[in-house]
Each structure stands twice: as structure tokens, then as C-alpha cells.
Design a binder for this molecule. Structure first.
Ligand code: C2O
Ligand code: CU
Length: 480
């Protein structure tokens, strides 16, 4: 199914009157709105000019920072030659302003604009991106919501959006995945244009070695704020200063390990939500996820690279923190060791700083993640989007979704309109992180809980763009 057909089928569902009746039109703005323009840009990747898209303010700033106190008052303008729409990933708008095509807003036509206006309940490190294949073309940018309670904090924000870049069009990449490649018995794609497909040995609980699939696309480059390690962004930091990394995995199909090197960090938030601080120097970051890491800069002059290593590959991207006079050394874009597959060991150690209220769930729904590289079809509860069955919940209820990954590939699962708390991993209950996207490794089970307080028909999907585009999406649906 092409993206156009995919959108058309979404349109048919979006047209249902029950959906339309839920739309709350935005109220008038109190002050002049911020303008965000979807536009074309030219960046340089590996010495070549690359035509990409972007989300820019009139002064040229890519991305947006707003205060939670001001709410979200934004006019989105489409300066592209093609229709588009932007989703505010991490915000919990009223249904109608979420930015998923036909859920319920139709695509924004060239030259047109949409107005958004709603209070922000979720400060933190978020992002905004097209909910279409345009995400691959970098129609994605940071969306930082500052918390007035932290206004006095003496820390320097360093905002970086990671991305996977290809000189091919997303349509070509998708066709390469769904094409009639001869499938080999390990589920790999030998002889296929997508040579980046990796298979890693994985031991199951039963001790059997199973082939696990990572990285179904070979990209031309991995970017940190549009730049590769050949010409990384260097942030000037102060000796003895405190830096707050706000890192966003805006890649479409690549999970990373963040490596803070010799600077030990303290994770203070995931997906914008505060966690009990956790120290370390290596942290997993799946597509769609964000992580805030606090770093103390040493008292001597110096330079510290912060790297993002591709899961299951030697490729890496990153940026540098340097004091005045600190010597920035060249770092190769390929390391000598492949990053391991993402797992749940970090997730297991996270604890929400602001957990959900204790409550027995009244709604339990299983969600089975299925699919395979062979045929490139990915499903939720055995169904693709064109055939999806909404996950029914009731307004006001405490919902628990128990996701089980029955496929041999990891999936970052994202729910719109809510943040959820991770409350169990493989049946073991704990008060884990509150977040909006959780990594589901092969053959693992994760339960998330949320309160159904934001009625709508909310997208629930894998944040691997090509898994979503080939069907790995459904909705969580309830009315006011
Ligand atoms: Cu970041 Cu459904 O999206
Ligand atoms: Cu997936």
C-alpha cells in the first residue's frame, strides 16, 4: 500500500461522524501566535548538498521553544509544494489539534495555514514532525516546553535532534522494503537493495538462539542537528558549568545508544517526564523517545564529544561540548564496535518522579506486536491499519495495555494524547517511568498504564516510520 493509499484509508476512517463530533475548535489567541513554517532547506551531508524539509520560524530558527505557562499558540504555515501536517509529539492537545492526517485534521494544503491553541499539561523535551513519509525528509524539529518551576535553574540547555539520512526518497526506501526481495531463511534480505539489514543472535528465556532483526535500512548518514561527525556542532560550555542535554531521537528507523564518554551523566527526564535521577554514561534512545541528561563540566578547559551509536552497527553521530580553548579532536563517523541491540535494562531501572496515582485498573487490553521482515508486514493484534480494530477504553478509566512483542524486531510503541507509566516488564510490577514511547524488544512484554482523561481517537503505533506506513498502527478510542 502506498503512503497515499495509506492516508486515503485513514481518511475513510477519519470521516466517521463520531470522530468529527469530538473536535474542539481552537479558541482565539490571547497574544500573537508563534509561526512555524513547513519549508524546504538545503543542508550539506558528506560534502553533498541535500534538499530536505524543515520547521522554521520566520527568523530562521529550526524548531520551537515555548513556556508551559503560555500554552501552545501556534500558526502552522505550509510553504511546501505538497500537502503536509505536523504532529506535536509529547503534547496532549484536545482531539482535533494532534496533527495526524485525518485523525481528524485533513492534510494542510500548500499555501494554507492551521491555527493551534491549547494549554500545555506536559512540559519537557518534545518534538514535532510530519506523521507521513515526509518525516524521513527531516520535516522534524525540537519542540521544547520549558517548565516555569525550573526557570531559575542555572543550567545550559543543549538541544539536539538525531536523524537518519538518505539521499533516496522515502518512497524509494519504502519500496525497497516492501519490494519482492527473495527472503532468506534467517529473515534477512540478501540480494536486496537494503543491505543494512542486520541479524543479531539473541538468546530467549528458553536459552535458544534466535535471529533478531535490527536496522532494516542502510542510511547514507546519521545526523545530530543536521550535521555529521565530519563537521559536528560544537557547543561552548563553561568550566564547572551544568549542562542539560535535551536529546531527541528523530530518526525514522534507527535506535541509538547515547554515549557521554568520560562525563558521567544523570538522567533527569525521559520523554519530558521527570524520573528519579539515574547516573551513567550509556543510555538507549529509541525512535520518538527523548532523554534529558544533566552533566557537570570539569573545571579545566577541554572538549567532550557526546555520541549516538547506531544499534547493531558501527555508525555513529554526535556533537561536542567544549570550553573556551578546549581542543576539539576529529572523531570518525564509524566506530570499531557495533552497538548492541536495545534492551530493557535501562527501562527496568527507571522510576517516575511523579508516578500515576495508585489505582486498580478497570480496563485491561492486550496488544500483540506482530510481523516479519519477510513480506514486510507489521501488525497490532494481527491487523494492519487498513483493517484495524480500535482499542476500546472508557472515559475516566484507568487503562492498562499489555504489549507483547511476538516479532523478532524491536518496536518503539507510541500513544498519542496521553503519557503512560511503565508498570510491568515481563509480568514483574514496578513504578517505572512516565513516558509516551516505550521500546519493545523481541519476545518481551511491557504493561503501561494511563488515565483516559482526554477523549478522542488517538493514534497508537510503532514509531518506526516504515513499520507504521505498512500498517503497525491502531487507535485508542473513547468519547466524552
Ligand atoms: Cu512522533 Cu504518532 O508520532
Ligand atoms: Cu515497529
Amino acid at each position: 500500500m502506498s503512503r497515499r493509499q495509506f492516508l486515503a484509508s485513514a481518511a475513510a476512517i477519519g470521516a466517521a461522524s463520531a470522530v468529527q463530533s469530538l473536535i474542539i475548535p481552537p479558541a482565539a489567541w490571547a497574544a500573537a501566535p508563534k509561526i512555524i513554517r513547513a519549508d524546504t532547506r538545503v543542508i550539506e551531508v558528506a560534502g553533498r548538498a541535500a534538499n530536505v524539509l524543515g520547521l522554521v520560524q520566520p527568523d530562521g530558527t529550526h524548531g520551537l521553544t515555548v513556556s508551559a505557562a503560555d500554552g501552545f499558540q501556534v500558526r502552522l504555515e505550509n510553504a511546501l509544494a505538497a500537502p503536509t501536517l505536523i504532529h506535536w509529539h509529547g503534547l496532549t492537545p484536545p482531539f482535533g489539534q494532534d496533527g495526524v492526517p485525518d485523525l481528524p485534521q485533513p492534510l494542510l494544503q500548500p499555501g494554507q495555514s492551521y491555527d493551534y491553541n491549547f494549554p500545555i499539561a506536559t512540559p519537557g523535551t518534545h518534538w514535532m514532525h510530519a506523521h507521513t513519509l515526509q518525516e524521513q525528509q527531516l520535516l522534524a524539529a525540537p519542540l521544547i516546553v520549558t517548565d516555569p518551576a525550573e526557570d531559575g535553574a542555572d543550567e545550559q540547555p543543549v538541544v539536539v535532534l538525531l536523524h537518519d539520512f538518505s539521499f533516496k526518497t522515502p518512497e524509494e526506501l519504502l519500496a525497497g522494503l516492501t519490494g519482492s526481495a527473495p527472503a532468506s531463511d534467517n529473515g534477512g534480505m540478501a540480494g536486496h537493495a537494503m543491505s543494512g539489514m542486520g541479524t543479531q543472535g539473541m538468546s530467549t528465556e528458553r536459552g535458544m538462539a534466535m535471529p533478531m532483526d535490527v536496522n532494516d535500512i542502510e542510511y547514507d548518514a546519521y545526523l545530530s542537528n543536521d550535521r555529521t561527525l565530519d563537521d559536528p556542532q560544537v557547543f561552548t560550555v563553561e568550566r564547572n558549568g551544568t549542562v542539560r542535554l535535551r536529546l531527541i531521537n528523530g530518526a525514522t528507523a534507527t535506535a541509538f545508544w547515547i554515549d557521554t564518554g568520560t562525563l558521567e551523566g544523570e538522567v533527569i527526564a525521559v520523554d519530558g517526564n521527570p524520573v528519579v535521577p539515574l547516573r551513567g554514561s550509556g543510555f538507549p534512545l529509541a525512535m520518538g523517545q527523548r532523554i534529558d541528561i544533566r552533566l557537570s563540566i570539569p573545571g579545566d578547559k577541554g572538549a567532550w564529544p557526546i555520541l549516538a551509536l547506531r544499534e547493531g552497527g558501527v555508525q555513529r553521530t554526535g556533537f561536542v561540548l567544549a570550553t573556551m580553548g578546549g581542543e576539539v579532536k576529529r572523531i570518525a563517523s564509524a566506530g570499531d564496535r557495533a552497538g548492541p541491540p536495545l534492551d530493557l535494562s535501562f527501562e527496568t531501572r527507571l522510576a517516575a518522579a511523579k508516578p500515576l496515582a495508585e489505582r486498580i485498573a478497570d480496563i485491561h487490553e492486550p496488544v500483540e506486536l506482530g510481523g516479519a521482515m519477510q513480506g514486510y508486514s507489521w501488525t497490532l493484534n494481527g491487523r494492519t491499519w487498513s483493517n484495524h480494530q480500535p482499542i476500546p477504553v472508557k472515559k475516566g478509566g484507568r487503562v492498562e495495555l499489555t504489549m507483547r512483542n511476538a516479532s523478532m524486531m524491536g518496536h518503539p510503541m507510541h500513544l498519542h494524547g496521553h503519557h503512560f507509566q511503565v508498570v510491568a516488564i515481563d509480568g514483574r510490577r514496578f513504578a517505572g517511568a512516565v513516558r509516551d514511547t516505550v521500546w519493545m524488544p523481541p519476545m518481551r512484554e511491557v504493561t503501561v498504564a494511563f488515565d483516559a482523561v482526554n477523549p478522542g481517537t488517538w493514534a497508537f503505533h510503532c514509531h518506526h516510520l516504515y513499520h507504521m506506513a505498512t500498517g503497525m498502527m491502531t487507535v485508542v478510542d473513547y468519547i466524552a
